[in-house]
Design a protein around this ligand. Structure first.
Ligand SMILES: Cc1cc2nc3c(=O)[nH]c(=O)nc-3n(C[C@H](O)[C@H](O)[C@H](O)COP(=O)(O)OP(=O)(O)OC[C@H]3O[C@@H](n4cnc5c(N)ncnc54)[C@H](O)[C@@H]3O)c2cc1C
Length: 251
């Protein structure tokens, strides 16, 4: 009897996460005889590659976040549920979500992404936000812009120098893009907006523990990136391991 019921209803696929992985999985099943439930804690898909531009005020959050429902407006075999998944019961084939929601599935696609790592220094999180979410990007933008505002009003030269020094730790693609965009912001976007300070005097330091920037790319590309950054005014420190971070200094 139970078997008959199971074969009468459509095959249920639950996809957790509407990042690139979840979206591609859902689209690939657009014409399959399945019933898809796409679950995400947000109602938007975030285009993470451009987070650094939100962090440096070149784009607004809405420019890189697309409503998931709009993306799948025409996909009739898919429904979107905005909720945080809290657990999976693989024996019962159930996803637990939110306060008391359970979502049964025949197949589960787990595409919940990854988060950044502090390499064993989680205590740095409050002073050094990662760059994975809209909240991270707007937090970095707030800190960045506030530093210029505070530098404008202080009479203490040493404090002004500190406020206008920005350190990016890690010269992977995100660190390289972010450091470059910070210098562009200081040198090209802001100069005439402040009257007591010269934003172009801001110092952006990119610190990398390994021997070169963009370690996951071919060496010559890393060299080209380093030369471009230095030409733009970024100070690049390789073979330099950060050992401490506080609200006012990086060791
Ligand atoms: C700053 C930055 C720049 C990047 N630049 C590039 C680039 O230039 N080129 C490139 O190819 N890649 C780039 N990447 C990497 C790329 O963005 C990731 O590889 C990609 O986003 C991973 O896709 P994903 O679907 O696995 O996870 P994500 O895109 O992280 O999606 C995971 C989704 O799952 C949801 N989720 C997580 N947990 C739960 C839960 N418990 N309940 C409900 N929903 C949940 C999240 O809200 C999210 O929407 C960049 C990444 C970052 C952070």
């Amino acid at each position: 009897m139970e078997q008959q019921e199971a074969s009468a209803r459509p095959f249920r696929v639950v996809i957790l996460g509407a990042g690139f992985g979840g979206l591609e999985a859902a689209k690939a099943m657009a014409h399959a005889p399945v019933e898809i439930t796409l679950v995400d804690r947000h109602n938007y898909h975030l285009f993470q590659p451009l987070l650094y531009q939100v962090a440096t005020a070149a784009l607004s959050p809405g420019d890189i976040a697309w409503p998931i429902r709009a993306i799948f407006r025409r996909q009739r075999n898919l429904s979107v549920v905005m909720v945080e998944a809290t657990g999976i019961d693989t024996a019962a084939r159930l996803v637990h979500a939110g306060e008391d929601l359970t979502l049964p599935y025949d197949a589960l696609v787990l595409a919940t992404g990854a988060t950044h790592s502090y390499f064993g220094h989680d205590e740095w999180a409050p002073v050094a936000p990662g760059l994975k979410t809209i909240e991270d990007a707007t937090d970095i933008r707030r800190r960045l812009l506030l530093a210029f505002e505070r530098a404008e009003v202080t009479d203490d030269a040493e404090e002004r120098r500190r406020l206008l020094t920005f350190v990016v730790i890690g010269a992977g693609p995100t660190g390289v893009e972010l450091a470059g965009a910070m210098v562009e912001l200081a040198r090209h976007a802001m100069p005439r907006e402040f009257h007591r300070i010269d934003p172009a005097m801001a110092l952006v330091v990119l610190v990398e523990a390994g021997p070169r920037v963009l370690p996951s790319f071919p060496e010559e590309l890393g060299q080209v990136a380093r030369t471009s950054l230095e030409r733009m005014g970024v100070q690049v420190l390789t073979n330099t391991r950060v050992t401490g971070c506080s609200a006012t200094a990086v060791e």
